[in-house]
Design a protein around this ligand. Structure first.
Ligand code: ZN
Ligand code: ZN
Length: 486
């Protein structure tokens, strides 16, 4: 009887601790779809398992899976606004989430402190608060703690048999094919059909971390990139997966979702031989900081000649290896990019060649009609006519972090590089200066993305210049070192 109980425990889907397979490799759970009414499951040598019991059914053909009945669980909801290393932040609750686990002799510390508002007893109330916070900070997010798990019964039906269970698990020789409304794909490892906190059907794929990294890498960097850049990217992607576990989807029955929110994942459909080779050659390699903690290996497309500081972008603690540095092929210039005069020189002068020098990415120009700015002023409640804008602060790379917009009805401040990019019509980055003409603002900008951590075009440039992946990673995450965790 206790063996049975263990089987149930090992798939407590709301636990964020990673399961380990029989070869000692960590397994990650990816949420593929939520709220789908009915799914079709097939695969060669498909095995259907009811994880509540020991039943095994070797199923040929296609299985139709649906939810027979369910009771939602209960949760407490929070709105996260940033991360911190402090115990207390005035006016907020500081919640510690995540876990510590031993992986290959290394203590993987995936705990973090979230600066939060709440708790709220309903999702609706939390969503309302999230909406207010998003106006100020695009990085605000919703999370929850499960108080009581949902309950339900699933039914899987093939042409010859029917299986019922509180959760279902499918495995197949060459991947499990799942089709539902709005999604379909073939997935390695195990495909679970589970309940989310609201009592809805969720499709979850559990697979080895390495296999997952193989699946997502082609979406992170194009497979024809130099091999050393692909290897650096594989290690950075692996690190990103680890650092997101226990920080995202805290109230969901999986670690990460399969959309852009976490990382686009399409199962076996997207693997490519060159990116898979880069993953294989770096199997189990993870970057750690001076304390032995996994490095938060963030990256973006192009820094524009200077990488940005993490704490300026995400409003968290200072991260020693993510404070920003020049990413140039030549000498380090004596410029302070937080100053208006210096950032203008840096962007406008052709003298400064970035490792990420690429047409349309390293430097760009955008024209914003004043009529667009008038509309923005109205949206922000600062009157009807745009008067002017002024930079209140820039990050270390020169990305604007606070922008004062003045309309004929008053002032508004846009906070954060992502908010500024989105409000101004979807800019590549907030590293820009501008000139005003009679009817428009002409923006002269640099870089693509938030600019924190590894610069992907820079990594490509450096790989082409003969750098190996170790040197590339050391450059973009200074003070870090590589360890093999399995
Ligand atoms: Zn997600
Ligand atoms: Zn760069």
């Amino acid at each position: 009887m206790w063996l049975l109980a263990l089987a149930i425990l090992s798939i407590n889907p709301f636990s964020k601790v990673l399961n380990i397979d029989d070869k000692g490799r960590p397994l990650v759970r990816i949420g593929l779809a939520t709220g789908v009414g009915e799914v079709l499951v097939s695969g060669s040598g498909l095995v259907l398992r009811d994880p509540d019991g020991s039943m095994k059914v070797a199923g040929a053909g296609e299985w139709k899976v649906r939810l027979v009945s369910s009771e939602p669980g209960t949760a407490r909801w929070w709105v996260g606004v940033s991360y911190t290393d402090r115990d207390q932040v005035d006016g907020y609750v500081v919640n510690e989430r995540g876990f510590v686990m031993n992986l290959g002799g290394m203590m993987l510390d995936l705990r973090r402190r979230i600066v939060s508002l709440g708790p709220y007893s309903s999702r609706r109330e939390a969503l309302r608060v999230l909406g207010q916070q998003k106006k100020l900070n695009e990085y605000a997010f919703l999370y929850s703690d499960v108080v009581q798990r949902p309950e339900g019964i699933f039914e899987a039906r093939s042409s010859s048999s029917t299986v019922r269970g509180r959760a279902l698990a499918f495995t197949a020789l060459r991947g499990v094919t799942v089709k539902g409304k709005g999604f379909s794909g073939t997935y390695p490892g195990t495909v679970y059909v589970l309940l989310d906190i609201r009592g809805r059907l969720v499709v979850v794929n559990e697979l080895p971390l390495e296999t997952y990294v193989r699946g997502i890498l082609p979406g992170e960097l194009f497979p024809s990139a130099p091999m050393e850049a692909l290897k650096a990217q594989a290690i950075a992607a692996r690190g990103q997966v680890l650092s997101k576990i226990g920080a995202r989807h805290l109230g969901d029955p999986y670690h990460l979702c399969a959309s852009v929110h976490c990382q686009v994942y399409k199962g076996l459909a997207s693997v490519h031989s060159r990116t898979s080779s880069a993953v294989k050659k770096t199997t189990g390699l993870v970057l750690v900081d001076s304390h032995g903690h996994p490095v938060d290996t963030v990256y973006s497309a192009a820094c524009g000649g200077h990488t940005e500081a993490a704490h300026r972008v995400w409003d968290g603690p200072v991260v020693p290896y993510l404070t920003g540095r020049f990413d140039l092929t030549g000498r380090r210039p004596a410029l302070n990019l937080t100053r208006e005069r210096d950032i203008r020189t840096f962007i406008m002068s052709p003298r400064y060649r970035g490792a990420c020098s690429r047409k349309g990415v390293y430097r760009w120009t955008v024209r914003i009609p004043l009529s667009f700015m008038d509309a923005l002023v109205r949206k922000l409640g600062a009157g009807r006519k745009f008067r002017r804008m002024r930079v209140l602060s820039r990050g270390n790379s020169g990305r604007i972090m606070e922008l004062l917009i003045t309309g004929d009805g008053g002032d508004t401040v846009l906070h954060g590089e992502l908010t500024i990019r989105r409000r101004l019509g979807g800019l590549k980055s907030s590293m820009f200066v501008w000139d005003r003409t009679r009817d428009a603002l002409i923006l002269h900008g640099g870089g693509y993305g938030h600019g924190v951590g590894m610069c992907q075009w820079g990594a490509i440039g450096r790989a082409r210049a003969g750098w190996d992946y170790r040197r590339i990673l050391k450059f973009y995450y200074p003070g870090s070192r590589l360890v093999r965790i399995y």
